[in-house]
Each structure stands twice: as structure tokens, then as C-alpha cells.
Design a protein around this ligand. Structure first.
Ligand code: SAM
Length: 178
């Protein structure tokens, strides 16, 4: 029997270690995933190589972000799509607030297809039966998310890379680098 909170976004990931294992076994095999990730990781690796100031903080993204200070870049990979839409938007606002002027937000994300047929085509392309779709996914289209980023004040907002339901959404906080 599933626990009462198993339907909460993110809970299944905490409660089911096999789910994490299955995902990790398959994650690098998804067609084009490595290509999209490389756009993100290539830039991050070059920027932070040898930097010992990196600190790991464990946090449930459904809750407001803790006081983390300010950052030149905020990067997320395939996590925000588990949050309810309202929380996605408020999180984007929190990200804007913690960025330094000219700071970059890059969200490599699982996004919604425009139609059910395209959704089925994505699952076929990654060779995954549709019934294996993650019940904790709260997929949202690219256009809505880009619109939110613009409304929140981000500049240079665009989808910088996309393959079916995998997309790299980017926004830059206006201002000059100090
Ligand atoms: C599809 S996996 C992606 C894992 C990894 N970030 C990657 O890109 O391969 C989804 C991840 O989102 C995380 N996640 C889901 N809900 C979350 C939440 N509310 N707060 C923080 N992380 C969450 C899960 O723990 C899991 O690691």
C-alpha cells in the first residue's frame, strides 16, 4: 500500500529508492539528454573548476528557499517540474531575488508537450511505455514558463535548447556585473 503522502510532489522520490535507482540507470541513455545537459554543464564546469567555495544544501523546493545569500548563477536540472505550477512560479520569483545583477537562471527541465500525441511521441522516442510516466510529474509548457520569467523581470528570456519534452529555459537578471 502506498503511504498517504505518496501523491505529494517529490514524496515518491524520497520514499522509493528503487525509483531513484531506475532513473539513474536510464537517465544518461535518454536520447539527446547528454546534448542538452552538455550545453549547461560545459559552461558551469568551465566557470567553477577548482572552486572550493561550493556548499551542498538539502532543501525541499516545495518550501520557500532558505536564506542562501546571493549568486551569479542558479541552475536546476529536471527537478522543478515536480512542483505544483503555483510553486514553480513563486520559486522563479525567489530565484530572481537571490540573483546578483546580470546573474543567470538556467533551468534544464522536463516540459509538457503541446498535445497528447506529442507526449506519446516523446515516450516512444525514449523507449518508455506511457504508463511508466511519473505520477509526481507536474509538466508545464515552455511558453507559460518563459512568460512567467519575463513577468518576474528576467531579461534575455528564451528556450535556449529543446528536444521534445526536454528544454533549457534561461533568464538573466537585468543589471551590470559588479
Ligand atoms: C527526474 S529526477 C532528476 C535528477 C537529477 N537532478 C538529474 O537531472 O538527473 C527528479 C529529481 O527531483 C527531485 N525533487 C522532486 N521533488 C523535489 C522537491 N520538492 N524538492 C527538491 N527536489 C525534488 C528528486 O529528488 C529527484 O532527484
Amino acid at each position: 500500500m502506498k503511504p498517504d503522502n505518496a501523491g505529494m510532489p517529490g514524496e515518491e522520490w524520497k520514499l522509493d529508492e528503487r525509483k531513484v535507482g531506475r532513473y539513474l540507470d536510464r537517465a544518461d541513455e535518454f536520447p539527446h539528454r547528454a546534448e542538452g545537459e552538455a550545453v549547461l554543464l560545459g559552461a558551469a564546469r568551465e566557470r567553477f573548476v577548482g572552486d572550493k567555495r561550493v556548499e551542498l544544501v538539502r532543501h525541499d523546493l516545495a518550501e520557500p528557499l532558505p536564506d542562501l545569500g546571493h549568486f551569479d548563477a542558479v541552475v536546476s536540472s529536471f527537478a522543478i517540474h515536480h512542483l505544483e505550477h503555483e510553486r514553480k512560479r513563486s520559486l522563479y520569483g525567489e530565484v530572481f531575488d537571490l540573483l546578483e545583477p546580470a546573474g543567470v537562471f538556467a533551468n534544464f527541465e522536463h516540459v509538457a508537450s503541446a498535445t497528447q500525441r506529442l507526449h506519446a511521441a516523446f515516450f516512444a522516442a525514449i523507449d518508455e511505455p506511457l504508463e511508466n510516466a511519473d505520477p509526481s510529474d507536474r509538466l508545464l509548457d515552455v511558453w507559460t514558463q518563459l512568460g512567467w520569467l519575463r513577468e518576474l523581470g528576467f531579461d534575455d528570456v528564451d528556450c535556449y535548447w529543446k528536444w521534445l519534452e526536454m528544454a533549457l529555459l534561461v533568464g538573466v537578471k537585468p543589471g551590470e556585473t559588479r
